[in-house]
Design a protein around this ligand. Structure first.
Ligand code: CA
Length: 235
């Protein structure tokens, strides 16, 4: 999951970025409203979620950015950070196209819970536990099980697998995977993605001892394009 934080309070922004990175998110941070608007419009397909402060320098506040990018057809979920608590003001934010808001000061856990709820919305009722073939991913506790056994994954491996679990049986391009798992400042993408895919496969694709040895193949490599996670989706 690739997030953009737009927040001019440096201390808060840095704490959020650090906290979210320890949860495995790739996080970019911008402080200026207009720069943020331009980044969102130019890189609209890279971000999975935008956390947007309401009061920003640079002539464009969070509400104006939301209204503007929605008019331009950006559908990325937006959670607004606001210091104001009036009901009318909140309704206005939602009407402008924000998906949710959180009133400052807030706890990190509340932000995570709201992010999770917003991220489950696009596909209507995406469950907390995603199930594809023998794999089970609990997006709240961040535990992955295969055939009932817990598989320990690194943060990046988890983030990578989450892309596949959210879009099973679909070929995901290398660019898509890189954009959603690594942040804006990561450059040499080709090699780093290969290494993580290789490690993820090593952990998940094992040889099963039956009468004959058979290999469980979860990921299909589509040459020159990307990868596909194949498996029956359970509700
Ligand atoms: Ca602010």
């Amino acid at each position: 999951m690739h997030l953009l934080i737009v927040e001019d309070e440096e201390k808060l922004a840095k704490a959020l970025k650090k906290g979210l990175e320890t949860k495995g998110y790739a996080v970019d941070w911008l402080a200026d409203g207009e720069k943020a608007r331009n980044r969102i419009l130019l890189y609209r397909n890279e971000y999975d979620l935008i956390i947007l402060d309401l009061m920003l320098p640079g002539g464009m506040d969070g509400a104006a950015i939301t209204e503007n990018v929605r008019k331009e057809g950006v559908t990325t979920p937006i959670v607004i950070l606001t210091a104001r608590n009036e009901t009318e003001h909140k309704i206005d934010l939602l009407n402008k196209g924000a998906d949710d808001y959180i009133v400052k000061p807030f706890s990190f856990e509340e932000l995570l819970a709201r992010m999770n709820s917003v991220l489950r919305r696009p596909t209507v009722a995406q469950p907390m536990v995603l199930k594809v073939g023998p794999l089970e991913m609990d997006t709240a506790t961040r535990v992955v099980r295969q055939g009932g056994n817990e598989v320990p994954l690194t943060l990046k491996e988890f983030a990578l697998l989450e892309c596949f679990m959210r879009e099973p049986n679909k070929v995901l391009s290398r660019e898509h995977l890189f954009d959603h798992v690594w942040d804006f400042n990561s450059l040499s993408w080709s090699n780093v993605l290969d290494v993580h895919m290789k490690n993820l496969r090593k952990k998940l694709e094992y040889e099963t001892e039956t009468n004959e040895r058979s290999t469980e193949r979860l990921f299909e490599t589509v040459r020159g394009v990307g990868y596909r996670l194949a498996g029956e989706v359970q509700e």
